[in-house]
Write a protein that binds this ligand. Sequence first.
Ligand SMILES: C[S@@+](CC[C@H](N)C(=O)[O-])C[C@H]1O[C@@H](n2cnc3c(N)ncnc32)[C@H](O)[C@@H]1O
Length: 217
Amino acid sequence: MFWFWFNGEAAPKLALREVSFRKIFNYLDTVDASQPLVIVETGCLRTPDNWAGDGQSTLMFDRYLQDRSAGGICYAMDIDPVATAACRSLVGPRTEVLTGDSVIVLRDVAERLRASRQKISLLYLDSFDLDWNNVTPSAVHHLKELVSIYEFVTPQTLVVVDDAPVHAVCSTNAEGSLVLLGEPVVNGKGKFVAEYAAQVGAKRFFSHYQCAWIGFR
Ligand SMILES: C[S@@+](CC[C@H](N)C(=O)[O-])C[C@H]1O[C@@H](n2cnc3c(N)ncnc32)[C@H](O)[C@@H]1O
């Protein structure tokens, strides 16, 4: 049912993010089906139907959970009450939409996970909007988000950062073709999460417009 909806309705509109959302849901399909799934998302759906621009992540996570026989929960959060109200109107009871700064709200979510003895299967980070001319404030914020909830990340948790394509330094050769001057590195919202991932030996799961890792712990 989910995949029928994803392939027919969502995928054709997802543009750059289609390939990575497909990999995210394929990964969730491999998680023990007898256990409730926990998805934690920062930066919720804010504009209905803005598929190519934002991604409609909360709607897709909610649809995925609705289909799961063992159930599960998505904690989605946003600092903008207009965004959380819009999001709430589009999702079902398996998604809890919380309002506030994600670095703080994630600590509340951590308390709930501690009480219910649950860990996270998917951590999806997509808050603090990016300025491509100065990625640092947003990239730092996303690293802080990871810190706030790190205790509930397991070796199997898929950590995804949106708006995190690779950047490369290039030059042009005599024919005018681009020549790479070094390894492309993850930039955007994921710049510092990627640096941390490399330092602790997390495994890059995919790198498209979104970037993902497993094995953070
Ligand atoms: C790109 S949008 C999220 C899009 C959504 N994930 C989707 O796929 O449709 C980014 C959101 O992050 C929110 N945001 C910005 N700063 C934030 C913060 N410090 N804490 C929580 N949310 C924040 C914005 O209000 C905005 O709604």
